[in-house]
Design a protein around this ligand. Sequence first.
Ligand SMILES: [Zn+2]
Length: 856
Amino acid sequence: MRKNLALIGALALLWLPLSAHADTNEAYRLGDGIEPRFQQITLTLDPGQADYSGSTSIELTVSGNVDRIEFYQSGLELNSVRLKSTGSIRDLSTESAAYAITGASDGQVIKAGEYVLEIDFSGKLSTNALGMYQTHHDGNNYIFTQFEAMQARRAFPLFDEPAFKIPYQLTINAPAGLVVVSNTPVEDTQVSGDHQTVRFARTRPMPSYLIAYAVGPMDATPIEGLSVPGTLYSPKGQGGKAGFAIRHTPPVLRALEDYFGRPYPYRKLDFIAVPDYAFGAMENVGLVTFRAELLLRGDESRGSDGATTISVIAHELAHMWYGNLVTMAWWNDLWLNEAFATWMGRHVMDSLYPQYQTNLSLPQDRAFTADGRTTTKAIRHDVRDEEEILDGIGLNYAKGHSILNMIEGFIGSEAMQIGIRDYMARFAWKNASDDDLWSALATASGQDIKAVAGKYLSQPGYAIVSFTEQGMVSQKRFRNYGQEAPELDWNIPLNVKYKMDDKVQQLSYLLSAKQGSIPAIAEAEWVFPDSGGKGYYRWQIAPEQVLALLEDIDELSGPEKIAMLSNSRALLDAGEASVADHFRVLEAVSEDDNPIVFLSVLEEVKLIGETIIDQQTLPMFSNYVEKMMTPWFKRIGLETGADDSEAVIRLRPRLMRTLGQFSNNPELISDAAVMALHYLKHEGDIDSNLAVEALRVTAIHGDDSVAREYLDSYSGSDDANYKTTLLRATYFTHPVSIKRALDFALSDSVSAGDSLQPMINLFYINQEHVQLYSWLEENFDAVFEKTPDNMRPFLPQVTGGYCSADNLKQTLAFYQDRDEMFKVALAKAAEDSRNCLSLKNRQQKALQDFFAAYRH
Ligand SMILES: [Zn+2]
C-alpha cells in the first residue's frame, strides 16, 4: 500500500501542469503585448552538487498597458523579481498558473514601454536526462541540457515559446578545471582560485528550446574541414574514439550548404557525446548533443552503426537551417521541422553515401501501421503541453517525411530545391508555418501543393486506391479488418508503372475525387500503382493483374519491390488478401539479388513468426525459415569479409538472428555463442552490428550465467558502444535472468536515458508476460520515477501492444485504473493487439495449411 501512496504523490506533482488541459479555457501560452528582445542568464553550477542558483535579466517591450508580466518557469525558487525602467525599480510578487506560467505584478498597471525584468532564482538539477540534468559517468560528474520541447523553463525563467526568437547571452560560474561549453564561442574566462567564470558570446536570434550548455571533465577533439571552427567534446578519456564521426561531418555539412545555397548560419559547430541521453541527438544551435555511441564509434564503423551515425549527423545539421534558422511558429508544426530534417538527411545519404542504399528503406513503411489505427490523430492538431506534442511524434516524423517524398516525386527534385531555397531566403532568422513552405513549393512548381498536403495533415490515415477494369480508379480510407472509422478522401498524386504492347511505361495522375479514370492504362497487361515506391497510399489491383505483374517482377526497382511487399501485407491486414496471396508476393520479391531487398523479406517473415504463428505451426514455420534463409546464409556466412558490401554487412546480422531465433540450427547457435563470448572479452575485431545479434541469439537460448556475464561486463565498461550493444542484447528468457535484468535497469549502473531498454526487450522477446507484469506491479513507482517525464505517458506502449490475448488483458488491467496520462497510449496499444489478434485468429487455418508443406 505504501508503494501506491508514493506513486500517487509523484503523479500529483507531475499532474499539476498536465491535468490543466482538462479545462480548455485555461491559457497555455503567454498573453499578447509583451515581447522579449534579449535575455542574459548567469548560472552558478557544480556538477557535483544537486542545487544551483542563477539570475537573469530580460529586456522587454510592453506594447499596451498590462497588469502583470507573464513568463514560464517550473519548479524553481524565485528569490526576487524586479521590473526596471528608466528611473524606476519595482519589486513584483509572483503567482503560478497552469502550464508552468508565472505572473508577476505589484498590483499597479505596467504601462507601455521598455523594461528589464530581473529575476534571482535557485533550483535543483534534474536527474532523468531532461531539462538541465546531472549525470555521473566513469567516476566523474557532468551537467548536460535537453530543452526541447518545454524543458528550458525547468532550468531558468524565460519566454519559452518558439516564436520568441531573440539573442541570449550566457555566463556560467563553475569549478575551475572543468570544460564549460555553450551555443556560442567563449568570450572571456576568469579563474579565481578553484572557481571560474565563463562568459559566452551573444547568440544570434534563436528559440529558447535550442539553448544548450555542458559542464564537466571532457576531451576536446577538433573537427577539421568545416566552414566554421568545430570541436567534438566527449567524456574524459573517450576523445580517441571520435575518428569516424569527425571524418564524416565536413562532407555532410558541405552537401547541406550546397543544397540550401547558404553557408552554415552560426559562428561555430561543436558536438558533444553525452553519456546519459534519452533521445538520439538534438540540434542545439552550435552545440549538437548526441547519444555518446553515435559519435564514439572509433576510426571505422560499418553496416547499420556507421550508416546511423552519418544519418543522425545529417539530420541534426539539416536542422541548422530548417528549424534553427527558420523556426516553426508554434509546436503544432514540430512535425514539419522533424519531417524536413529527416527528408533532407536522407537526401544527403542518398547522394553522398549510395553504398548504404538508404533509398531502400521506405519512410512510409514506418508510418502506415500507426497511421492506420482508428485511435491515431491527424498530424496537425492543437498542442498545449509536452504530452500533446509527443503524442504520435514518431508517426508524424515518418508520415511527414513520406509526404515530402511524395511531393518531391510529384513536382520533381529541381522545383523542390528552388522552392526550399526561396523559403529559406524569405524566412531566415524568422518563424514560419507549414503554409509558407507549401506556397514556396507552389510558386516553384506551378502546382497546388497545399491541396495535396492539406488533407494528409488535417486528417488521420490514408487511402487504399483500387484499380479496376478499363482504367477506373477509386479511393476509400484504409482500415484494418473489422475496424470502423469515418470515411475520408485525399488528393493523391498517383505514379503508375504499367505494361502495354510489351513496353513498360509510366504516368502520373492526380486523383482528387473519390473516383477517376486513367484511359491510358485501360488495356494494360499489368499496372503497378506505386512507381518509385514513394506513394503515401495503399493500392489494390485485380488478381490476374497481380499474377501478370509477378511474372514480370524484375521490371520493378528495389524500392518498388519493397513497396509491393509492404502493400501485400497491408491487404492481409485489411482482410483483402489471403496468406497464400501474401506469400506469393513475398517469395517473388525474395528472388531479388540485392541483400537489402532480401532483408525486407526477412523482416516480414520474422515479424510473422513473432506475431501470428501459433505453437502448433511453429515447427513447420521453422523449416520454412531454414529453407528460405539458408541459401543467403551459405553465400555470405558468419564472418565479416574485407570485400563485403555495406548491404551484405547489414544483412548478415539479421540473417544470423532470424535463423538463430527460429530455425533448429545448433551449429549456428553455438557459433553465435562463441562470437558473443569473444565480443564480451574484447577478443578479436567483431563488428558491433554482428555482435548485437550474436549476443541476442545467445541470450535467447542461454541460462542465467549469460545474463550475469552481460550485466557484469556492462557495469565494468566505460565504452558507450560496447555498453549500448550489451543493453540492446538483453533478450533473456530464463526467469532468473528476467528479474536480474529488470532490477539491473533500476540500479545506478544504468542511466535514466537507457533505463527502459531492458524492459522493452524482455516484453518483446518473451511470449509469456505474467512474471514481467508482477515485477512491474511491485516496482512501478521506481520505473516511473526513473523514466524521463516526457516518456512516462507512453509506458503502456512499452509493455503492451503484443499479439497476445493474455498480454492485452494484463495491459488493460494494469493501466486502466492508474492515471489519465496513460489513456491515449493504452488505447493505441490495445488497438494494435486487437488488430493483430484478429489477423491471427482469422488466418490460423490458412497459416497451418500453407506451412503444412514444410513438415519435413
Ligand atoms: Zn530532428
